[in-house]
Design a binder for this molecule. Sequence first.
Ligand SMILES: Nc1ncnc2c1ncn2[C@@H]1O[C@H](COP(=O)(O)OP(=O)(O)OP(=O)(O)O)[C@@H](O)[C@H]1O
Length: 242
Amino acid sequence: MNAIDPRLTERPSIRVEGLSRRFGGPAVLDDLDLTIEPGEFVSLLGRSGSGKTTLLRTLAGLDPVEEGAVSVPRNVAVVFQESRLLPWRRVWQNVALGLPGRDARDRAVAALEEVGLGHRLDAWPLTLSGGEAQRVGIARAMVREPDFLMLDEPFASLDALTRLRMQAMVAELWQKHRCAVLLVTHDVDEALLLGDRAVVLDHGRISRNLPIHMARPRRHDDPEFAPARRALLTALDVEIAR
Ligand SMILES: Nc1ncnc2c1ncn2[C@@H]1O[C@H](COP(=O)(O)OP(=O)(O)OP(=O)(O)O)[C@@H](O)[C@H]1O
């Protein structure tokens, strides 16, 4: 896994330089710099209102770059907290929507099989559980083979067990596809289980950049887990009993 994947050398990195954003008040993003390498998995944490979603929306091209520079690959995909599926289209149609070519259905089916939903291809979105709906959302993102995948608190509304399963699934998908990932999360454990690096945003700037070297697949009982967790909680200004 340490050898350089040849696919990565062809992919551009994600660069943010001097990015500032105001909504008519104090800076929400304040002269922010961030680079994400091809194939790198970055977990982004920060207190509520620290600017995480604003950063993600700017990288996704959903918010304008007011000040500074942003460079992202052309092929990006975003998954939000709610799956945003079209209720009047079947599951496979939601994934195939907008795909060019005659093999759109086959590709959608393959992506759905990859997320363990090969048996729900013809289901209507409203009949899915929360976890299943998020799987469809992830399949819809991955079917486009993005160079850069952004996940905005994708598991926040799921129960703890489903969330663990989804985290394992995302880890596997990432290992297989090796796209760069930016995961916005409030969950310190999730950040550590998935990321190559955890970045903490505070008042629109990066206040902590913590490389995570634990072997994959990651385990909560890895001896490095507790110290990394403590470091992140401290960066988030959370007091914990020793
Ligand atoms: N369209 C907008 N108009 C005005 N203010 C906005 C807009 N979008 C975001 N903000 C403000 O920018 C700040 C940062 O918001 P943002 O959603 O980026 O934070 P966040 O870190 O993602 O928060 P949370 O963890 O609660 O989702 C907040 O104070 C928010 O009110």
